[in-house]
Design a protein around this ligand. Structure first.
Ligand code: NI
Length: 200
């Protein structure tokens, strides 16, 4: 099992190692670790959870310009590594359905866990770092107090990140999310203080 999983890691690394919007290989690894942590003591297929967590962003439009090709490449790679048809179909089904933009709740517990694990990596200290990296890469300002379109990075906290804790599927993830959200709220308060020079 570990040998095959290492091959999956290698494949993901070959594509995402130098990704600069926060969807790099280390994001994939953290999502896998989060997913393993959340699913402790749960009756799930851990193998599926780990493969889906590692590969979840390979077919996301933020990372690929040709989603169909990326799905085909991933399928082919998983078959070559030696995963049975059932596993490959299950993994592809999960990762097609977990993104925030689609707004859907996965139908399997494995899918729900991977979705939670991905969302946990969008919040807290790592989430703050990823938000500004993504924003810069996509021509967003750090903060624009005059903004009406909400397209600066600070707005992203209110549009999405602070809401994620209430969208968690599992109570394990919700617990971690509450801590990470409190940290982001602290960060924002400090940010505004420094912005106004009120901490001087
Ligand atoms: Ni992700």
């Amino acid at each position: 099992m570990e040998i095959k999983l290492n091959k999956v890691k290698k494949y993901v690394k070959s594509i995402l190692m130098f990704e600069t919007t926060g969807h790099d290989f280390y994001h994939a690894k953290r999502v896998m670790n989060n997913a393993v942590q959340i699913s402790k003591n749960m009756d799930i297929d851990l193998n599926i959870v780990r493969i889906a967590a590692l590969t979840h962003d390979l077919i996301d439009k933020k990372v690929t310009s040709d989603i169909m090709k990326s799905i085909n490449d991933l399928e082919k790679t998983l078959f070559e590594i030696g995963y049975p048809n059932n596993d490959v179909v299950t993994v592809i089904h999960i990762i097609k359905n977990i993104s925030y933009s689609k707004g859907s709740i996965p139908d399997s517990l494995e899918g729900k866990i991977v979705q939670d694990a991905d969302r946990l990596d969008a919040i807290g200290a790592i989430g703050i770092a990823r938000t500004f990296a993504y924003g810069g890469k996509n021509n967003r300002m750090i903060y624009n107090p005059e903004s009406k379109d909400g397209l600066d990075s600070v707005s992203h906290f209110y549009d999405k990140l602070l809401k994620l804790k209430d969208l968690m599927n599992t109570k394990e993830a919700r617990k971690i999310a509450e801590k990470r959200t409190a940290y982001m709220v602290d960060f924002l308060n400090k940010f505004y203080l420094e912005w106004e020079g009120k901490d001087l």
